[in-house]
Design a protein around this ligand. Sequence first.
Ligand code: URA
Length: 234
Amino acid sequence: MRINKYLAGCGVAGRRACDKIIEEGRVKINGKVCKLGDEVKENSDAVFVDGQRVSMKSKHQYYLMNKPKGCVCTVKDDKGRKTVMDFLPAGVGRVYPVGRLDYDTEGMLILTDDGDLAFRLTHPKNEIPKTYLVRIEGTVGETELNKLRGGVELDGKTTGKSNVRIVETDKKFTKLHVTITEGKNRQVRRMFESIGKNVDFLKRIKIGDMGLGSLERGKVRKLTAEEVFYLTNI
Ligand code: URA
């Protein structure tokens, strides 16, 4: 199979974009930089993009869920509450949620059996940006938001810098987009509590640059190979 077709099949990018990646010398077959038009033996050649092995066959399962509120992000809950696993279609193997969203938080959740990806997306040292839509009661001033942007103290430690911007406001409510790169327990809610604001709606809308698209609340779909490649390379 032609190398550009192979890379597209691995989810690296569309075929045209793969041509560019090949021309940039970023692709190796069995340790040798390849060129456009080279052939790959799918079952025996080792193909690397930017030093990362890519393959058309994945031994793992990857799902994207639009988690509704009112369920917990565990495989089994000892209090008998609904869990995110209740939303998976029948026949899905042993996947588990990557990171946590609170019982009352909704939005983007990855479920997988790929421990490396789960570790990569959740370990604070990797600083993977996660963006939330936050709604608070009333209005908020830039002075208070600057406190959040610079870091506030939670559990005796200062939170990392965050990106905070108002997207909509009236007298009753303010909606904001907040991007953080850590995942402390109830971090966004507690950041706002620290400036005296109550979050009454919280939804994760992005991991890196990847969003939920049109996936409806409570629905689940498989991630495409391209999305898996994106997430493993953020
Ligand atoms: N921050 C929170 O407060 N809750 C979540 O579920 C995620 C981030």
